[in-house]
Design a protein around this ligand. Structure first.
Ligand SMILES: [Zn+2]
Length: 284
C-alpha cells in the first residue's frame, strides 16, 4: 500500500477491485492501432483496470474518497466488466490501512458512477445501510441531480440504489461547486466526463496530492486527446484537462489515478506535447 504525506494529512492509496472494460470504450476516438501498443486486451477486447480509493487521515478525521464496485452488482454486469470474484476489497483494504468502517468520518464521492459508489451502502440485510455509519457522504449537487435523471448515453453508469438511499437517510451532503471542504483539502470540479464531478486536492508546500477521479482514469488519458467514449462532453473535457495538466506540472502535484492497473500515483512532466510519467512509490 502506497502512503503519501501532504500537509498535515496521511494519504493511503487503497486498491479496492479489479475489472476489465471494453478497450474501444476506454480509448474512445483513439484508433486501436495506437492504444494496443500500450495495453493488452483479452478475447473480448477488454483492458484490465482497477478501482482505487484513498484514505486521508489527520487527527480524528478519516476521509474516504470513493468506494469502488461493492459486492452487490448484478451478475450480468459482473460478467460484462469481468469483475473478479472476491474483488470487493474495500473492507479488506481499509482494514489493512488500520481503519474500521465506523471510524470513517467523511466519504467524498467524486461522482456517482457505479464503479465509484458500489461500496457506499451495505446490502447484507434487506434494507440498505450506510457502509460507514458515522460518515457524512459528500457529492456535488449537480452530479446528484444528473445521476437521478441521466441521459440515454450514461443511464447504465448510474445505479440509483447505490446512492439514493443515502439521500433518503439524510446522509448525503450536497455541495455547490468548488470549496475548501476541510483545512488544506480543496475540491475542484469538472463537467466533461459527467456533470459535477469533483476532484480532491490535498495541499502541500512541496508536492500537493491530487485524486483526479475520471478526469484521468489511467496514465494513458493524460494526453489531451486521449479521452474515453464515456466522456459526455469531449470538448469541454479537453479544455478541463489542459487547464489541470498545466496546474499539475506547475505546482509539482502528485496525481493518484483511480483506474490504472500499474501506476497508482505519479508526478508528471510536460515538455512541448510530450508528457513523462514519474511513478511514485512511498513517502516513508
Ligand atoms: Zn466515471
Amino acid at each position: 500500500m502506497t502512503t503519501l504525506i501532504a500537509g498535515s494529512y496521511t494519504i493511503q492509496i487503497l486498491e479496492t477491485g479489479r475489472m476489465a472494460m471494453d478497450g474501444g470504450a476506454v480509448f474512445g476516438p483513439i484508433p486501436k492501432a495506437l492504444w494496443q501498443k500500450k495495453v493488452a486486451t483479452d478475447e473480448f477486447n477488454r483492458v484490465a483496470m482497477v478501482t482505487r480509493s484513498i484514505l486521508i487521515s489527520s487527527g480524528g478525521r478519516r476521509i474516504l474518497v470513493d468506494t469502488g464496485l461493492g459486492n452487490h452488482l448484478q451478475e450480468k454486469l459482473r460478467k460484462i466488466y469481468r469483475i473478479e470474484a472476491g474483488s470487493d476489497n474495500l473492507a479488506t483494504a481499509l482494514n489493512d490501512a488500520g481503519c474500521q468502517p465506523d471510524e470513517i468520518t467523511d466519504v467524498i464521492l467524486t461522482h456517482l458512477h457505479f464503479d465509484h459508489t458500489g461500496g457506499a451502502l451495505n446490502f447484507a440485510r434487506d434494507e440498505p445501510l450506510p457502509a460507514f455509519p458515522n460518515a457524512v457522504y459528500h457529492v456535488q449537487r449537480t452530479n446528484f441531480d444528473w445521476a437521478n435523471t441521466p441521459c440515454e448515453i450514461d443511464r447504465a453508469s448510474y445505479i440509483r440504489r447505490n446512492f439514493y438511499p443515502l439521500f433518503e437517510m439524510g446522509k448525503l451532503h450536497l455541495l455547490d461547486g468548488e470549496t475548501e471542504i476541510f483545512p488544506g483539502i480543496e475540491l475542484l470540479t469538472s463537467d466533461g466526463h459527467t456533470p459535477g464531478q469533483q476532484h480532491v486536492l490535498i495541499h502541500d508546500d512541496r508536492a500537493p496530492v491530487f485524486f483526479c477521479g475520471d478526469l484521468f482514469p489511467t496514465v494513458f488519458h493524460l494526453p489531451t486527446a486521449w479521452i474515453s467514449a464515456y466522456d459526455l462532453q469531449p470538448l469541454k473535457l479537453i479544455e478541463e484537462k489542459k487547464r489541470i495538466v498545466q496546474r499539475v506540472v506547475a505546482g509539482n502535484w502528485r496525481i493518484i489515478f483511480p483506474h490504472d492497473p500499474a501506476i497508482a500515483a505519479a508526478f508528471i512532466e510536460k515538455e512541448n506535447d510530450t508528457i513523462s510519467i514519474l511513478k511514485i512509490d512511498d513517502d516513508d
